[in-house]
Ligand binder design. Structure first.
Ligand SMILES: Cc1cc2nc3c(=O)[nH]c(=O)nc-3n(C[C@H](O)[C@H](O)[C@H](O)COP(=O)(O)OP(=O)(O)OC[C@H]3O[C@@H](n4cnc5c(N)ncnc54)[C@H](O)[C@@H]3O)c2cc1C
Length: 396
């Protein structure tokens, strides 16, 4: 290992330590209140800002930490063990940031904006879902209009996580009024240049702190805020891999939190009858295997994704069916595994896990994990995989 990569590893270790501290001292104590009131985890996001963690994915040449996907996944997984909503906010911010950091560096405006983000620790949200597109992210109804160097963009979004608290929003839209639905671009809308009118509520089973109601967005700004290139490419090369890896890592964190509670419970039972192994210990062993299997899925995908960055033509490979299928499988597997693991942890803990006011309570983790299969519906993803498999013949 050369000196530069050792220095980067040490810098990452410090960041990871900062997230562990924020998870334990800020996110965990606030998690129940965030969940009960369906309120934004403002204390946790403020602590992440203070620790400079919102610029983890900004390239080092622009003053950021230059963390790769594996590292960002570890940060999300750690925070999720304390508060799933906070981790989802961090993951969604990292996903949007990656779209800019990996696709807009040729733009003078975006290079400057990323530098400003490092200094100001801006929070970035997204608006992909839209009334009329039925959960299909790769098509838009709304279109960006361009005139005299300015853009105009209005959108009716069905779901906009923490948009009301973000400094900027990345919005998908058609590239122009005459463009077909799939000819999309990403536009960065600054909070001060838009109005947001909340159109629906966010009183959900779980992930309540993401504060994700529908919004009517009306915005304008300079055309330099349109991310260069087609969203088709930034979606396949960045938004989809980052989303599926970072979501999987945080769903794993939620599951790991549940298993840790179950393990504490089993150890407590063992202490009550020294010299005996409680029957729940065997179930703990089974669920810890499933948790480990789940971790390997997102970790190996993140490793392979990061390795592509060093390979000639690596980014083109991300446009291949092989990668699309792998990422689809990752999302479906991890979104199914997370609630299963929490369910098994609940069977181990029993009634103390079912109670909302017990230290072993698993209600929030269970409800949060149920969002995973809906967040871009697994059926929708499976249908896309099914059509690719009609022509793709390699072993997955
Ligand atoms: C916690 C959370 C945060 C979110 N944050 C954001 C955000 O910040 N920005 C944003 O833009 N979006 C966000 N979303 C929205 C999300 O990404 C999806 O767009 C949305 O959840 C899909 O809505 P839907 O279930 O109504 O749509 P659909 O995908 O249309 O699903 C509706 C039903 O149709 C079924 N279905 C769909 N396609 C098929 C098919 N091909 N075959 C069989 N059945 C099918 C599904 O199984 C489901 O039963 C968030 C969602 C969650 C849960």
């Amino acid at each position: 290992m050369n000196r530069e990569s050792m220095r980067m590893d040490q810098a990452f270790d410090l960041m990871h330590e900062a997230v562990r501290r924020i998870a334990a001292e800020v996110a965990a104590p606030q998690a129940a209140d965030v969940d009960a009131k369906a309120r934004f985890p403002s204390e946790t996001v403020a602590a992440l800002r203070d620790a400079g963690l919102l610029s983890a994915g900004v390239p080092r040449e622009l003053g950021g930490a230059g963390c790769n996907l594996q590292q960002q996944a570890h940060l999300c997984a750690t925070l999720a063990q304390a508060c799933g909503s906070s981790a989802m906010v961090l993951a969604m911010h990292y996903i949007q940031l990656a779209c800019i950091a990996r696709h807009a560096l040729e733009s003078k405006f975006f290079r400057g904006w990323l530098r400003d983000l490092v200094a100001g620790q801006y929070l970035l949200a997204s608006m992909t879902s839209e009334v009329g597109t039925f959960g299909e992210t790769r098509t838009s109804v709304c279109a960006v209009e361009r005139k005299d160097g300015q853009f105009l963009l209005n959108k009716d979004a069905t779901t906009g996580s923490y948009c009301a608290y973000a400094d900027a929003i990345l919005v998908t839209c058609r590239s122009g009024p005459d463009a077909p639905g799939a000819d999309q671009v990403l536009v960065m809308v600054k909070r001060e240049d838009c109005t947001l009118r909340q159109t629906t509520s966010w009183d959900t089973l779980g992930m309540r702190g993401t504060c994700s109601p529908g919004f009517r967005l009306e915005s304008s700004g300079p055309q330099s805020q349109i991310v260069p290139g087609a969203f088709a490419d930034s979606s396949a090369q960045t938004m989809v891999p980052y989303s599926h890896v970072l979501w999987s890592s945080l769903w794993w964190g939620i599951a790991a939190d549940a298993v840790a509670k179950a393990a504490n419970f089993v150890r407590g039972q063992a202490r009550q009858n020294p010299g005996t192994t409680p029957p729940t210990a065997a179930r703990l062993a089974e669920v810890s295997k499933q948790l480990q299997d789940m971790k390997q899925l997102w970790l190996s995908a993140a490793r392979d994704f990061d390795a592509l960055g060093a390979e000639a033509g690596g980014q083109e490979q991300l446009l291949s069916m092989g990668w699309a299928l792998r990422l689809n499988n990752l999302k479906i597997s991890c979104s199914e595994a997370a609630p299963q693991i929490v369910h098994r942890a609940l069977q181990i803990v029993g009634i103390l896990g079912y109670k909302n006011d017990s230290p072993f309570s698993l209600g929030r983790q269970y409800r949060d994990s149920l969002s995973a299969s809906l967040m871009i519906s697994n059926d929708r993803i499976a249908a896309k995989s099914a059509s690719m498999l009609l022509v793709f013949k390699d072993a997955p």
